[in-house]
Design a protein around this ligand. Sequence first.
Ligand code: DQA
Length: 145
Amino acid sequence: MTRVLVLNGPNLGRLGSREPDVYGDQDLSALRVLLTGIAADGVEIDLRQTDDEGELIHWLHEAVDAQNDVILNPAAFTHYSYGLRDAAALVTKAGQKLVEVHISNPHAREEFRHRSVVSGIATGVIAGFGFDSYTLALRAIGAAA
Ligand code: DQA
């Protein structure tokens, strides 16, 4: 099995009830079902969420050690966490893919969301397509059926 880590940062555990006008009304379990349903044969979707920056960083270290590709929604950490950026850089420097995804389009929102400290080291960025940002990312790393 090839594992793809789908990592979600703070407040994304609240999807479903959090600002449905921005993020839709589906939760992370629906996202897990969606991604598992389109994953290629032999691809395991390992979807996780944390509100803790250190935990997210440790999961990126795990991706480096296990040579897993990563789909990362850093949520608010996107805009200011240099620690997360450095951990994400370890993934791409190791030759693994890391796709930064956002459900909304941060560039169409408040100014503080226009800057991502992660994008510069990501393999690519997909934003603004709701949960399809994740399905497109899975396709982009060649792990969709
Ligand atoms: C987000 C956009 C971020 O600005 C925000 O802090 C989030 C979610 C998105 O998926 O659209 O929590 O990453």
